[in-house]
Design a protein around this ligand. Structure first.
Ligand SMILES: CC(C)(COP(=O)(O)OP(=O)(O)OC[C@H]1O[C@@H](n2cnc3c(N)ncnc32)[C@H](O)[C@@H]1OP(=O)(O)O)[C@@H](O)C(=O)NCCC(=O)NCCS
Length: 151
């Protein structure tokens, strides 16, 4: 199932990282580390999408780090134009607001880039997207863009 997010209605959903957490885009020397980190925790498909986001200019991947430790990542324009995701937080760091902060960072970046809406594709955690960004289910959207994906 895909979900639609109104970027023009983001309002006060500005990204607020939990204390001690830094949200930023990786520098060039960090790109291989980030794609490997994603591959180890979330698999080859998401690592491929992270690579796309890192190749975009400007880069369309945010990461969350605490004291030099990578804790999560989120991408936009990685699956297809106008899509947000993939998005993942390390298991030890879940439930602390990192996922919502990473998602909001991407959504604000998309709005600044000129998009009016974002599509969250093939959503595995719809309640998370509802709570964090007011996402709405897109009817009849599965498998949608992902039909026939080579893997
Ligand atoms: C989904 C995921 C990114 C959430 O990250 P997180 O850092 O734990 O999320 P947050 O702490 O920012 O939670 C934000 C809100 O969403 C809710 N939430 C988080 N994960 C949820 C889930 N799986 N289902 C329902 N609600 C969820 C939280 O309770 C919180 O609600 P609140 O604002 O009312 O307190 C993380 O669980 C993850 O990486 N999962 C595996 C990968 C994945 O499924 N990614 C999404 C791709 S569609």
């Amino acid at each position: 199932m895909d979900m639609l997010i109104k970027l023009y209605a983001l309002g006060e959903l500005f990204p607020v990282a939990p204390p001690g957490v830094l949200l930023r885009k990786p520098l060039g020397p960090e790109h291989a580390f980030v794609t490997q980190w994603v591959a180890q925790r979330f698999g080859a498909l998401w690592s491929s999408e992270a690579g796309v986001a890192l190749a975009n200019r400007p880069v369309s991947l945010f990461m969350a780090q605490r004291q030099g430790q990578l804790l999560g990542f989120a991408c936009w324009d990685a699956t297809a134009r106008g899509f947000v995701g993939p998005l993942g937080v390390a298991q030890i760091a879940r439930g602390q607001g990192l996922g919502a902060a990473l998602l909001r960072a991407c959504l604000h970046d998309m709005r600044a880039a000129g998009y009016g809406y974002a599509v969250a594709g093939h959503v595995a955690a719809p309640r998370f997207f509802e709570r964090a960004a007011g996402a709405l289910e897109i009817p009849d959207s599965s498998p949608g863009l992902y039909a026939g994906l080579l893997r």
